[in-house]
Design a protein around this ligand. Sequence first.
Ligand SMILES: [Fe+2]
Ligand SMILES: [Fe+2]
Length: 193
Amino acid sequence: MPLARFLWLLWSLQKGLVHMDVIALLKNDHKMVKQLFKEFAGLSGNRTAQRKTALVEQIRHALTVHAQLEEDFVYPAFKEHRTMKDLVSEALEEHHVVRMFLSELHEIQPDDEQYDAKVKVLNEYLMHHVREEEKEIFPQAEKRVSAARLAALGEEVETRRSELMGEGQDRKEADVEVDKQEKKLKRDARRAA
Ligand SMILES: [Fe+2]
Ligand SMILES: [Fe+2]
């Protein structure tokens, strides 16, 4: 079992979240990404450029995995319900815009004039997307999709996530950084609990 998956499970068990449905899992991801943006916004002092690059790579990795999981499992299940069709189509377009931001950021360095502005606007745009998911799509899903289906989706998402996290023998530096950051966030979450 990959270390990140093990830590995720350990943390979930401690939080009593091991049976959580897919909505709780996705909200958890949102919270973790918000933390990464918060750290970025608070950066100052020496080695800032290096940390900025690492953080943006973590954000890119986390969002890429999260969006893929939503698109492969969650959105198709929600889209089966007529009332959610338009909301999900809109969300898919928003993922597209987020991916464009991420790929542009990947191409430039922190000393680029537009770097910080791009991260800031990405954060604002993403928060708009997250708000729509949490305030419109998820409440609809809680009404329309059965608890059993939401729990089953949660399991599918976690299985796929662990496959994605364990992919490849030579793990990229970004993956290692994501693991480190996840450990830190989980430590912080445990402390706050
Ligand atoms: Fe999401
Ligand atoms: Fe999303």
